[in-house]
Design a protein around this ligand. Sequence first.
Ligand SMILES: [Zn+2]
Ligand SMILES: [Zn+2]
Ligand SMILES: [Zn+2]
Length: 156
Amino acid sequence: MIVGNISKILEIVRVSQRCRRCDLWKNADCFSSTIKCNTERYYNRVCKQCRCVIQAVCESKVKVEVIKGLGGKCVCCGESCKEFLTVDHINGDGAAHRERLKRSYAVYRDIRNQNFPRDKYRLLCSNCHNSISWYGYCPHVVETSRFENYMHLQMK
Ligand SMILES: [Zn+2]
Ligand SMILES: [Zn+2]
Ligand SMILES: [Zn+2]
C-alpha cells in the first residue's frame, strides 16, 4: 500500500515540471499535453493557468489593434470608448464568419491579417449596433418616429 503510494508520488514528481512563465513547479495535469506518434507524451512548457492569462492579453491586444485599424470610434455616433465598441460585418456575415473561425479572437486576428478592410468591417458602439441589428436603423440617423412605425408594423 505504502509502496503503491510511493510509486504514485514518484510518477507525479517525474512528470512535474516548472512553468516557464510563473516559475512554479506543477504536476502534469496543470500542463496541457499532446501524444505524438510514438505514444510519448509532450507537455506544454507553460502551465494551463498561465496560458489563459497569455491568451487573454493577446486577445485584448488584437482587439485594440482592430479598433485602431478601423478608425477607433463608432461610425454612427463617434463613441470612442473601447469597452462600448464592437466590430460589425457590413455585409452581415458575422455569424458565418465566427462559425468559420470559431472564436471571436480569431475573427479579430483575421481582420488584422486582411489589413482592416473598412468596406467589410466597421466599428459600432453597442447602442448603435443593437438598434441597427434589432430595428435595421439607428435613431442617430433616422428620426425616432420610425420606432412607432416599426412597433406598429410588428403588431399587425
Ligand atoms: Zn504558470
Ligand atoms: Zn454609436
Ligand atoms: Zn447611432
